[in-house]
Ligand binder design. Structure first.
Ligand code: B3K
Ligand code: ZN
Length: 898
């Protein structure tokens, strides 16, 4: 199909596709980069002195093409000589300079307008401060440059601004500062570490900060500073503690020491994503730094800890060793997500963290892998790289590293990462280099494993078993397959580690794998990692004295969809006594799925789900979880929580939105009735007056109590509604306040509805000056499952609390409705789809990255019934017809319409 046929404006070319196979080394390299920013109200002048030299690894070039976008060139000089119009030429987003010598200094002066930069990429203004976001290709919006990660340079940066911006920051160490004319001042920063331009950062603002210090393992003192708007100074402690814990953990677990004398974090309100790992000067979305019990939920606290760690860990996995090109993004992102996830597991509960990560992966990443934007963790091509900061590159990327760690074992994996960091320190490398270091250090052949980097899609495992009582042999036959994805129809088998055990009547059975070496490393003969490397393999266990229940894919040892024909009785056994905590939870989810699927059949046949009852064994199983004191309360909470509507949709070939919603609700109501007494006990035993603490145990106790409240509120009992309202009014922390408010807002009981209106009003009055808290207030309303929510969302767009330019507000209101509220988003013949398309069209020119991200729910149109398909597709076509469509939106829409 031509671009015109696809609706792309005829006068323009369809955006270009970039291919990994076309990679070429840069013709020039940049030894040093000296920048001077003169910040004035309305415009900023950027002087850039680049010391360029021909790349010895490239064919000698005598012209140089620099990247540049939305820049006004004021002057350009080569080795001190001002260039004339014939000496260079402007292209689309670039500037070519002719007759360039082997080595030279290029001075450019450009003018930019941060105040009108709404894309939040490059240098922009957020409320009272100036800040930057350069990854992936934002530096070209600051000055003409070789804006690619394999060009690494030593940066010196001077920032000059009015004294009403007292804090002037950039990467590295402060080497000079002082006054300038007209009540202005300057600061000069030097970063001794060579870095690509995407890690550049600058901040100028009236900021307050907290300060601490960290002594590294070699005894160096590092100053730690967190900068925020003065009103937020009381919300920085948790981020600081998380930072210090991360620094220590990276020394202990990976042998990585911090390298500069100062590490700074700045919190910014307008930010496209969570945070950015700029060298020595991390810039964070306020939502990922600020936390205090009164304003922040437990999930918020955990997010701060995780994101602070993630960005800090990038100092090695990303900054010291960086990516050769953007196809290698998972080299730094997958590895760093794996690192932050292990850190969080060590700080709290390993099993709980695993359940959370897998839930995210199976709902969002699996859906991505099954949709039109599916791509391998190392994509082969892209139109706009910003579209590839995905669940696949991040979360599936982390799973690939986790599998490598499982296959190599702890010791070899650490040897491998040590070798990787040593071998490539200061370089821009590829995922091949990473795997090669692991293979070299461990002596393992990882050739087959590398298919995980090049093949997209979620592999399926189909497992059958056979028990031969006479021979006392038990065999598992495992078949693998992988559905086609846009880039590849026929997949080769993956190398899949399958952690497993066998449950007998008295516990885990010892495992004697036929024809295998004894497992010396773990010293544990009840747990094994089987390695599947072909389309079908059979593993035989000897000396098995009874027919076992297999516990498969323990800890979710591979990102696959597994099928084994478990009976309800098997699942109950696994849920109540598997030694693998993750698989206990997994069994609870399978039981929940079974119940929901039964209810769905009734719903789809026009049956009545009122008074839907559950099978007695199932109720008994759930009851026993509630009574099991040995279980972590957070695990009890997760085991009691049924699979989400999003996960149920991902599992379905054809999504029946109403059947999923009403059946899931019916099962929840049935559980609430059956377990009323136990749930009441959980709720009442909880001491609502205890002081807040953010320890894993305290978080777990709150989550279980609030899960119980969620079930109890389904009973529509006025006394319980009153208790919920009391929790809303009297709690000393945002977790409990939000849990109660969410229940009131979503309850159909008339009393709850009345109380919800009051509570929402009271909440806003109380928190209107706390932007992040107001976001939670927007989300709770946008997520309401009762009818009429779209009208509420539209009304809230006009509310003074809403700001259609701020990504956090857009996420809180628009994304929460379109992604998190299927029963309303898909209601009323497509009005939700039209609403979303309107938002995307409005955002397309204002903030293309956010516009493109919002598209996700429409890209899944093929999963719905014919009527919905055509309504969703019509909206995609409407977006496609917009003139001046950004590359970001064009790529996702055009791929979705194929
Ligand atoms: N590396 C950044 C993401 C940048 C996204 C640019 N569109 C944050 C992170 O993953 O740590
Ligand atoms: Zn990252």
């Amino acid at each position: 199909m031509t671009a015109a046929e696809q609706g792309f404006p005829a006068k323009e070319q369809a955006p270009k596709t970039i291919y990994l196979k076309d990679y070429q080394v840069p013709p020039y390299l940049i030894k040093t980069t000296d920048l001077r920013f003169e910040i004035y109200e309305g415009e900023t002048l950027v002087s850039a002195m680049l010391h360029l030299y021909r790349n010895p690894a490239a064919a000698p070039a005598s012209q140089l093409t620099l990247h540049g976008a939305d820049l006004e060139l004021v002057s350009i000089a080569l080795d001190g000589k001002i260039l004339g119009a014939d000496d260079y030429e402007f292209g689309e987003e670039n500037l070519t300079i002719f007759n360039t010598p082997a080595e030279f200094k290029l001075l450019t002066i450009t003018k930019i307008k941060p105040e009108s930069n709404t894309s939040l990429e490059g240098l922009y203004r957020s409320r009272t401060m100036y800040c930057t976001q350069c990854e992936a290709e934002g530096f070209r919006k600051i000055t003409y440059y070789l804006d690619r990660p394999d060009v690494m340079s030593e940066f010196t940066t001077t920032v000059v601004a009015d004294k009403k911006f007292p804090v002037l920051l950039s990467n590295g160490n402060l080497i000079d500062q002082g006054d300038a004319e007209n009540n202005r001042h300057y600061a000069t920063w030097h970063d001794p570490f060579k870095k690509p331009a995407y890690l550049f950062a600058l901040v100028a603002g009236d900021l307050a900060h907290i300060e601490d210090s960290f002594t590294t393992c070699s005894g160096r003192d590092v100053t730690l500073k967190i900068f925020v708007e003065p009103k937020d100074l009381d919300k920085c402690d948790h981020a600081m503690t998380s930072l210090k814990n991360s620094m220590r953990w990276d020394e202990e677990v990976y042998g990585r020491e911090y390298d500069l004398n100062i590490f700074m974090i700045v919190a910014v309100d307008d930010f496209n994503m969570g945070a950015m790992e700029n060298k020595g000067l991390n810039i964070f979305n306020t939502s990922c730094v600020l936390a205090k019990p009164e304003t922040t939920t437990d999930v918020g606290f955990q997010r701060v800890e995780g994101v602070v760690a993630h960005e800090y860990f990038h100092n090695w996995s990303g900054n010291r060793v960086t990516c050769r090109d953007w196809f290698q993004l998972s080299l730094k992102e997958g590895f760093t997500v794996y690192r932050d996830s292990e850190f969080s597991a060590d700080m709290g509960s390993r099993t709980v963290k695993r359940v959370e990560d897998v839930t995210l992966l199976r709902t969002l990443q699996f859906a991505e892998d099954a949709g039109p934007m599916a791509h391998p963790i190392r994509p082969e091509s892209y139109i706009e790289i910003s579209n590839f900061y995905t669940m696949t590159v991040y979360e599936k990327g982390a799973e690939i590293i986790r599998m490598l760690a499982t296959l190599l074992g702890k010791e070899h994996f650490r040897k491998g990462t040590d070798l990787y960091f040593d071998r490539h320190d200061g370089q821009a490398v590829t995922t091949e280099d990473f795997v090669a270091a692991l293979a070299d250090a461990s002596g393992r052949d990882l050739t087959l494993f590398k298919r995980w980097y090049s093949q997209a899609g979620t592999p399926r495992l189909h497992i059958t078993d056979h028990y031969d009582e006479d021979a006392q042999e038990y065999s598992l036959t495992i078949k693998q397959s992988c559905p086609p994805t846009p880039e590849c129809q026929e997949k080769l088998p993956f190398h899949i580690p399958i952690a497993m055990g066998l449950l007998g009547s008295a516990g885990d059975l010892p495992l004697y794998l036929k024809n295998a070496e004894p497992d010396f490393e773990t010293g544990d003969n009840t747990h094994k990692v089987l390695e599947l490397t072909s389309a079908e393999q059979t593993f035989v266990f000897e000396r098995v004295q009874e027919k076992p229940v297999p516990s498969l894919l323990r800890g979710f040892s591979a990102p696959v969809k597994m099928h084994y024909d478990y009976s309800i009785a098997d699942l109950i056994v696994l849920m109540s006594r598997d030694s693998d905590g993750f698989n206990r939870w997994e069994a609870s989810q399978q039981l929940g799925l079974h119940a929901i699927h039964q209810a769905m059949k009734v719903y789809q046949q026009g049956g009545d789900l009122k008074n839907w009852a559950l099978e007695p064994d199932l109720i008994a199983a759930y009851r026993s979880i509630l009574q099991d004191d040995s279980l972590d309360k957070a695990m009890v909470a997760y085991m009691l929580s049924l699979p989400s509507e999003a996960y149920l949709s991902e599992l379905a070939d054809l999504v029946d939105v109403e059947a999923i919603h009403y059946s899931r609700t019916a099962v929840r109501i049935a559980l609430a009735h059956a377990l009323r007494d136990e749930l009441m006990r959980v709720y009442q035993d909880y001491d609502h007056q205890q002081p807040y603490s953010a320890t894993a145990d305290a978080i777990a106790a709150r989550s279980l109590k609030n899960v119980a409240l969620g079930y109890l509120m389904l009973l529509n009992d006025d006394a319980l509604v009153q208790a919920c309202e009391q929790q809303y009014r009297t709690s000393n922390n945002m977790t409990d306040v939000m849990a109660a408010l969410t229940q009131l807002v979503n309850s159909s009981s008339p009393l709850a509805q009345q109380l919800a209106v009051k509570a929402l009003d009271d909440f806003y009055q109380r928190w209107q000056h706390e932007s992040l808290v107001v976001n939670q207030w927007l989300t709770v309303q946008a997520s309401c499952v009762l009818p009429g929510t779209l009208a509420t969302v539209k009304k809230l767009q006009q509310h003074p609390a809403y700001d259609g330019k701020n990504p956090n507000k857009i996420r809180a209101l628009i994304s929460s409705f379109c992604n998190g509220n299927p029963i309303n988003f898909h209601a009323n013949a497509g009005v939700g789809y039209e609403f979303l398309a309107d938002q995307i069209i409005a955002l397309n020119s204002q903030n293309p990255q956010i516009a493109s991200r919002l598209l996700t729910p429409l890209t899944k149109w093929k999963k719905y019934n014919v009527q919905r398909q055509s309504l969703m597709k019509a909206q995609l076509e409407r977006i496609m017809a917009v003139s001046d469509l950004s590359k970001d939106v064009y790529e996702v829409v055009s791929k979705s319409l194929v």
